[in-house]
Design a protein around this ligand. Structure first.
Ligand SMILES: [Zn+2]
Length: 452
């Protein structure tokens, strides 16, 4: 007798589809089978039953240049839950000279008691850390604290690592058994292109795209892959947005390098033409920038062919007012998207025949859980956390700020109609979304230690 049995649904696992009941006991998946007996039942007739979504790349209440990204841990995690995501990974950004463990503890404390779903944190390796040998000695204790992934940047003043600093940091992380997630763009060259454009009076949003050419994304990946190879550090490329970058990842992988990558709904579904939408154009500024329709096709193919393994959101929301600036270079980067991810990938991937149902589950949940060291997440299998989504593939929804729980007040997917939306969401066996209503409480989610 299980605590809870979900019956009549079609279970979609990373391995395939299965007409079976799902038995849950003690907050864990206990059994997949027919005719399971439970103290309680949920009827999932006509629905898919899938592992809760894992979004390994979000920025909630992130400070940036005097602003703070619009979704708090509270609002952002509620939005994620309503969209079928049950685990997210956010970031620790240590201040100048701040010990990494102290920064980790402070960021954890911000989230705990607030979050609706489980979470992990990536440790950002800032420039001062990677260049001071003493500082890199802290890396093993960060890994031991359950923070096995380190965020590094090849762009942006203040966090940008040159190749020497990147090499040292990759080596330190590899020695500690950790892994690296990377923002790959050739920052120093982009900085010159941006300054030149501004000096010539080009301030329109489209210049954000013109000054971050695809080749500079791809060459950064090429260099990072070689450095990762020299150090033996597993490497995960964040927010891949163009065909050139996919080609570099595939080529590096073919050379035997341990490299994987993600893309995001904005790169799969939007193009740089959005920047030409007058006053709206600045809203879509994110880095790397949106590209061309041909890149979108290449990204869908790469997801289907396992050249890219994950769809995250890089959710980084700002209000319209915050996005309105005199020139493109002053606009805070990032777009919202934490809530609609599963539905967008389902509708535009599965419903268009570009992804199978099991590939949808892999890229939205299983693969991120596995690469990021979330050993109890991302699978419908006995012993895994009972993070479960009952997803109604026939539910039609037109996306707008009013239909979402995100706080930005706008969405890049406004007016998109999708078939398929999460109906009910369980976090470790506890119902937190019922019939599309959030019914959880702040602090339902906990910090999850991730293993190296
Ligand atoms: Zn990001």
């Amino acid at each position: 007798m299980y605590d809870l049995v979900i019956r009549n649904g079609l279970l979609i696992t990373a391995e395939g589809a299965l007409d079976a009941d799902l038995g849950i006991s003690d907050a864990q998946i206990a059994a997949l089978g027919l005719g399971l007996h439970g103290k309680r039942f949920i009827d999932a007739a006509g629905c898919y039953v899938i592992p809760g979504g894992v979004d390994p790349h979000v920025h909630l209440q992130m400070p940036l240049a005097g602003l703070v990204s619009t979704d708090s841990f509270r609002s952002g995690s509620v939005a994620a839950a309503c969209g079928g995501t049950t685990t997210f990974i956010d970031f620790v950004t240590p201040g100048a000279g701040e010990p990494l463990l102290a920064a980790l503890a402070a960021r954890k404390a911000e989230a705990q008691g607030e979050v609706a779903i489980d979470f992990g944190l990536h440790m950002t390796v800032p420039t001062w850390h990677a260049t001071e040998e003493q500082r890199l000695l802290e890396v093993p204790e960060v890994v031991a604290a359950g923070c096995a992934t380190f965020k590094m940047y090849q762009a942006y003043d203040g966090v940008m690592l040159d190749d020497v600093a990147l090499l040292r940091a990759l080596a330190a992380v590899a020695d500690a058994g950790g892994r690296v997630v990377l923002h790959s763009e050739t920052g120093p060259v982009i900085d010159v292109l941006r300054a030149d454009a501004l000096a010539e009076g080009h301030i329109e949003p489209i210049w954000h795209e013109y000054t971050r050419p695809a080749q500079l994304e791809a060459t950064a990946i090429h260099r990072a892959a070689e450095l990762a190879d020299l150090t033996g550090c597993p490497l995960f490329i964040f927010h891949v947005g163009c065909a050139e970058s996919i080609a570099e990842i595939v080529a590096a992988h073919d050379r035997g390098i341990d490299i994987h990558g993600e893309t995001c709904p904005q790169y799969l579904l939007l193009s740089a033409e959005e920047h030409l939408g007058g006053a709206q154009g600045a809203l879509f500024i994110c880095a790397p920038p949106l590209r061309d329709p041909e890149d979108q096709e290449a990204l869908w193919r790469a997801l289907a062919n396992d050249e890219l393994q994950v769809v995250s959101t890089d959710h980084c929301p700002w209000t319209r007012a915050e996005k309105t600036r005199r020139d493109f270079a002053q606009v805070p980067g990032g777009v919202p998207g934490i809530e609609a991810r599963l539905s967008l990938v389902h509708h535009f991937g599965v419903n268009r025949g570009l992804l199978s149902l099991e590939r949808w589950v892999q890229v939205c949940s299983t693969n991120a859980a596995s690469w990021m060291g979330l050993t109890t997440k991302g699978r419908l299998a006995p012993g895994y956390d009972a993070d479960v989504v009952i997803f109604d593939p026939a539910r039609e929804k037109t996306i707008s700020p009013a239909t979402l729980h995100e706080a930005a007040g706008w969405t890049p997917y406004n007016g998109f109609s999708v078939f398929g939306w999460p109906r009910t969401v369980l976090l470790r066996g506890q119902m937190i979304v019922e019939n599309e209503e959030y019914i959880g409480a702040p602090g339902d989610g906990r910090f999850v230690k991730r293993e190296a």
